[in-house]
Design a protein around this ligand. Structure first.
Ligand SMILES: [Zn+2]
Length: 198
């Protein structure tokens, strides 16, 4: 995937620039990130959600806009929010942040890839016909299984360790194993396939 290779290069340069960890202003950081990723049609924003009760102080959420570069107004195609609990004007950039950002990019790039492979037609089959109504629709969506598998393969490469140790694997196991065994199997198979391709 060419855009993922380009994103990896950009992130590697930023890792070198700030070293192992650095405490930087979010304004300056988002300015630099948006400049570096502009050619990939990526926009990154820092937002605050003080109601976040999760154990981590931040997370990254991404969106892909189903448009084709060059055909419609192209900027941005991808938007990412670094959602933080605190409004601290400074943010710690470290290995975890760069890895999470790359993983989030990989997920959305995969959605664009799926769209491109369908000649830019909207998705048609999104889930198994006889899927249990109790199953989690989002995690059982075929495109989401594929994008999560790709993201997980990259996560696994970056973090190392065992398959079941990866946070996204645990999440998928929790969400699909009970009501959607075929989807769980599909996910596992794909993670391994992408792991060997990356
Ligand atoms: Zn997705």
């Amino acid at each position: 995937m060419r855009n993922l290779q380009r994103a990896t290069k950009i992130i590697d340069a930023l890792r070198t620039r700030w070293g192992k960890r650095a405490y930087v202003s979010t304004i300056g950081l988002s300015r630099i990130l948006n400049r570096e990723f502009k050619s990939l049609h990526v926009v990154i924003k820092f937002v605050v959600d003080s109601d976040r009760k999760k154990s981590h102080s931040w997370k990254i959420a991404g969106w892909y806009d189903h448009r084709i570069p060059g055909v419609e107004p192209t900027y941005p195609l991808y938007e990412f929010h670094v959602i933080r609990r605190s409004a601290n004007p400074k943010f710690m950039v470290n290995k975890w942040f760069w890895n999470e950002l790359l993983i989030a990019l990989a997920h959305e790039f995969k959605h664009a890839d799926q769209y491109r492979k369908r000649n830019f037609r909207q998705r048609f089959t999104t889930e198994r016909r006889n899927l249990s109504p109790k199953a989690d629709k989002y995690y059982c969506d075929f495109d989401e299984i594929d994008a999560h598998a790709f993201e997980t393969a990259l996560e696994w490469k970056l973090r190392g360790g065992n398959f079941m140790d990866q946070p996204t694997v645990k999440e998928y196991y929790k969400k699909t194993r009970r009501w959607a065994m075929p989807e769980w199997r599909r996910f596992v198979k794909r993670v391994h396939k992408y792991f060997h391709q990356l």
